[in-house]
Design a protein around this ligand. Structure first.
Ligand code: CDP
Ligand code: MG
Length: 738
């Protein structure tokens, strides 16, 4: 792009954000959905606005700067103030006037669908209302599922604060590899995957009096499967209340699925949002975001900005560029507070997002999809929407799964825009053309169950004793071939026998909260006498954040540090090496800092590791270790990941073993310049090309040893086992990767 701060400084028409043209929606229905102010009548509308005004006043009053002495004096009352503030805020939420009606409806009906605009208070308030109404008597729990980890953590923290209790006591959360609940916990937030897993130990959910399947509109795989499971349970547990809560228009569909359960609508409160589109498509949307943020900051009245990016990496890049430009502009502009939000965000950063913006400053939140509906950040007036998100996609023909950046749907775009209209009239800047919105975006996002690998889900259902998957009660059934492929994969992994029943190995695999392939790798490590090593590798792979730290101004140092960990054999061994060295350095933070390793990710992998060790002991595996036998370690990995094999072809490209798809080694891999003949990869990521991430060199004959029922000798024939000459490797620049 040619835009930069220079252009931004030229802006003279104060009223306009030059980059955009304003367009109202041509589609009437759409626009009414967004411009609707959901109060039943004028009176109610005024009441809402009054409440809202109070809330804003209160927040501003609290954040006024005082002098030092006064502040200290006020510390005593700060707690009281906070409590008062919480009370006010609770009362200001759209759900509040319906508290009693809602409780009555829940008492009256066993299953209730609750529909309400994002931010109306469904997630934080309903469990509290139920608690107050006595649904937790006799130590019965209220469960509430969330599709996202951060949401489960941050919402439970908020609710604990509102109730004045310590997180993990009466209010707690559980996510994969982390259980922050106790004997006393009666309000439990958890990811949908965690509840799915809980069915294994408590198939009738006996300890719950209420189960809330929240954010149902997100339609994640686990949420979709939970629908079928809980629908079954309410038939024989007449005392269990089931609430399905959703932000948008799917309520009717949910109602039909749950035998025409009544729908409780919470009238929304939404101010008008003006939509702006770019005149031409954007070549570099990160750059366009930065420019737009600065333009808004320079030309628009104060009010916070929310920017939707696709992932942590993008957010960090955008953050760096923005920080840099802001620094260069110096005192020419007002204070700009930049806050990233993504799923691995450390807890202290999470709380920061919710702090009120100081007067005369502007907050810019750089977020992933998580801010679309799961998290509500108050006082957002401007939304910047590049129109993309990261999606897990699965090709049922080739069995290949990859993480891909894709255009969002119209429904998503409208949700995003709506985030600007919660507290006042807002503006949404779309980094795509009005034409693209109308003609290129799908109406709705395809539910996950119809586009991802079902191996994990099928294993879990089988472990729950549900054998007839074809007739399982799905809200939207997955494609037949995806189900069949999942069954085939589980059979090849040894988890199912030829009748489709779970084997002993399959039963053990289901004990681990891991994908079938990783579970199989772990169990195979017993045979190869390297359980400790594989547990470490599995925990390093399970950290869904970057391990390496690569700041823009120290790229060379960071890359050198990274290369110092390289070992022959591949990235899995490098991960093991990093963990072991860190352990030897007494898990030191300083060590991470010196080696450009992300301490946060390491800490998490250490937690995951501890959990896995516990599970390994529970299934009575012996914790054998053999750090020097790298062939055995790699064989154990191959025993789990023999689906993820690629072979170097004569053209210098890699082709996947079974389906001949072209893939490349990711430039960050230690094998990027090595180009071994046969490799195994952990995952495929599609950016500029289809890249293999976490790559390890294998010998093709191992495939016959670990998966004789999947590979035939002919398929792994090799005329030469020699490595390709180095010159065939492509440089980073050629691949367009930074
Ligand atoms: O679930 P729903 O979208 O209906 O709303 P919610 O998540 O219960 O949010 C209600 C209010 O709580 C919003 O004003 C949020 O900003 C606030 N909240 C917060 O301040 N801190 C959190 N960690 C979560 C929510
Ligand atoms: Mg919610």
């Amino acid at each position: 792009g040619t835009k930069g701060p220079e252009k931004y400084e030229e802006v003279d028409e104060k009223e306009k954000v030059p980059h955009y043209e304003q367009r109202k929606w041509e589609d009437e229905q759409m626009s009414s959905a967004i411009f609707r102010v959901g109060a039943k009548n004028r009176e109610q509308q005024e009441q809402y606005e009054l409440l809202l005004d109070n809330q804003i006043d209160f927040i501003q009053a609290l954040s006024l700067p005082g002098n030092q002495e006064k502040e200290e004096e006020e510390q005593l009352t700060e707690k009281q103030k906070k409590k008062l503030n919480i009370e006010e805020t609770k009362k200001s939420l759209p759900i509040y006037p319906f508290k009693q009606d809602l409780i009555d409806a829940i008492r009256e009906h066993q299953v209730l669908i609750i529909e309400g605009e994002t931010g109306s208070g469904k997630t934080t308030q309903i469990p509290q209302y139920l608690y107050e109404a006595g649904f937790c008597d006799d130590k019965m729990k209220i469960g509430c599922t969330q599709p996202r980890r951060v949401a489960a953590m941050s919402v439970s923290a908020r609710v604990a604060e509102e109730m004045g209790v310590k997180l993990g006591c009466e209010v707690g959360y559980a996510i994969r590899f982390e259980d922050c609940t106790s004997e006393r916990t009666v309000i439990k937030y958890m990811t949908d995957g965690t509840l799915h897993r809980e069915f294994l130990s408590e198939p009738d959910l006996a300890s719950y009096s209420v189960m809330i399947i929240d954010e149902a509109h997100e339609r994640t795989l686990h949420t979709d499967i939970l629908f079928g499971l809980v629908k079954d349970i309410v038939r024989f547990r007449s005392d269990l209340k089931l609430l399905i809560s959703s932000a948008t228009l799917d309520a009717q569909k949910f109602s039909e699925f749950f035998d025409d359960a009544p729908v409780f609508r919470i009238p929304g409160r939404r101010f008008p949002v003006d939509i702006y589109y770019t005149k031409a498509p954007e070549a570099d949307y990160i750059d366009a975001c930065v420019v737009s943020i600065l333009q808004i900051h320079a030309t628009q009245p104060l009010g916070d900005v929310l920017v939707f990016l696709t992932g942590q990496e993008e957010i960090e890049t955008c953050n760096e560029i923005l920080q840099d430009r802001v620094r260069r502009l110096g005192s020419k502009i007002k204070e700009l507070i930049i806050l990233p939000v993504y799923s691995n965000l450390p807890t202290d950063m999470q709380t920061k997002i919710f702090l009120p913006t100081p007067p005369n400053a502007r907050k810019v939140v750089l977020a992933t999809n998580i801010a679309e509906t799961s998290l509500t950040i108050d006082n957002i007036i401007y939304v910047i929407d590049p129109g993309f998100c990261k999606q897990n996609n699965f090709n049922s023909r080739t069995g290949m799964e990859s993480l891909t950046v894709v255009p969002i749907s119209k429904a998503s775009a409208n949700q995003r825009a709506g985030r600007a209209g919660r507290v006042a009239a807002g503006k949404c800047f779309r980094l795509y053309t009005a034409w693209a919105y109308k003609h290129e975006l799908e109406d709705n996002t395809v539910p996950e169950i119809q586009r991802i690998n079902l191996g994990n889900a099928v294993l879990m259902l089988k472990a729950l004793g549900i054998n007839d998957l074809i007739h399982f009660d799905f809200l939207d059934p997955p494609p037949h071939e995806t189900l069949v492929l999942a069954l085939e994969q589980l059979y090849a992994l040894g988890a199912l026998n030829h009748h489709g029943d779970l084997t002993k190995l399959g039963r053990r695999m289901a004990e681990f909260p891991l994908d079938p392939m990783m579970g199989k790798m772990l169990l195979a490590s017993e045979k190869y006498k390297c359980v400790e090593e594989i547990v470490t590798i599995a925990s390093m792979l399970s950290v869904n954040g970057a391990i390496f730290y690569r700041p823009k101004d120290k790229i060379i140092h960071a890359d050198t540090a990274r290369k110092n960990f390289f070992l022959p054999g591949g990235d899995h061994l490098v991960l093991l090496n990093i963990y072991n060295q860190w352990a030897e350095a007494d898990f030191s933070t300083q060590w991470c800092y010196e080696n450009f390793i992300q301490h946060r990710s390491m800490k998490r992998s250490r937690d995951v590791r501890e959990q896995l060790i516990g599970l390994v002991q529970r299934v009575e595996m012996e914790l054998v270790s053999n750090p020097t036998e790298t062939v055995n370690i790699r064989k154990a990995i191959t025993a789990g990941y023999f689906y993820h094999i690629a072979k170097l072809s004569k053209s210098g490209n890699y082709k996947t073993a079974k389906h001949n798809q072209t893939v490349m080694i990711h430039p960050n891999s230690c094998l990027f310049e090595e180009l071994p003949r046969w490799v195994l990869y952990h995952e495929l990521v599609f950016t500029t090309k289809e890249f293999m991430r976490q790559v390890t060199e294998i010998e093709s004959k191992w495939l016959l040893e670990v998966a004789p029922h999947y590979y035939k000798p002919r398929e792994i024939e090799d005329s030469t086992n020699k490595k390709m000459p180095k010159t065939m490797g492509k440089s980073r620049a050629e691949l367009g990767e930074h």
